[in-house]
Write a protein that binds this ligand. Sequence first.
Ligand code: ADP
Ligand code: MG
Length: 339
Amino acid sequence: MPDIIQLLPDSIANQIAAGEVVQRPASAVKELMENSIDADATQIKLILKEAGKTLLQVIDNGKGMSETDARMSLERHATSKIRSAEDLFTLHTMGFRGEALASLAAVSQMEMKTRPHDQELGTLVVVEGSDVKRQEPVACEAGTSISVKNLFFNIPARRNFLKSNANEYQHIVDEFQRLALAHPEVGFQLIETDTLEYDLHPAKLSQRIVNIFGKSYQEQLAACQEETPLVKITGYLGKPHGAKKKRGEQFLFVNKRFIRSNYLNHAIMGAYAGLLPENTFPFYVLFIEIDPKHIDVNVHPTKTEIKFDDERAVYAVVLSAVRQALGAHNLTPAIDFDA
Ligand code: ADP
Ligand code: MG
């Protein structure tokens, strides 16, 4: 029998991998903005055209890349964030898989300009479907600007599958808000088709919440704080009477990473039990800080699911922290003697 197995060319392997990391413009936005955070940016600007379908660009003032790194960053499994498997247990960055830029470069027309603060000239790299078209020195701002144009231009099935601009934009706003909440000390701007939609200056968390969700939240927030040897919990809880009919304003972060957890959400809702009008959902922004050795973030490529080695202990602390915060703000319904 003849041998028939071959290694796939990089461009195809990258395109396949991209399917996992980049589902829609919002996933590209998340990956690029997380890279800016990891590069210690204090200002991050997101520019969109047609909800990111024709252009999504992230400009940061982070540490930038050398010429060699700019080229290397586009390779798959190329990362500056971990060097060994052990590093996963001391992870302090959002990224570590080294797949995002390679994936984005495989499914778009990408342009990167990047310059470290101590260099006079930066580097321009232009890529189209994993093909590097140009690489040359360029005069540019310190930091990094990455434009992703015509996402999925070379995968028509994927491009056709994109939802309406309004729908894709909402997904982007969700990612944008999560990052802006997790990093109130960073300035963020969002410009959609020439309109400045968000202009968030560095602020305290409570102020950031008000800047994103509106003034009415100012009166709504109860501070939540608790620390045990295992975890530290901080954040704000919406008071029960402000709870809304729709879900969606629940934000849970573990080590500043937005995560979904039915289990921990259940702890929070448990603490609200009896306080909420029927079928309403409270606002919350809660941060769990835990030694990275107690969690595994490598469960899913988008990293929105994580595993705790002692989930029940975390549950108990969350429940008690939220209960206390709600109690401390005297939110138990007053007894109505006329009833
Ligand atoms: P990961 O974030 O998992 O390392 P990426 O593909 O997202 O993988 O990025 C690859 C590498 O490119 C990063 O490890 C980082 O060194 C560099 N990089 C990406 N974006 C930026 C940025 N905005 N500023 C500075 N360096 C960046
Ligand atoms: Mg990354």
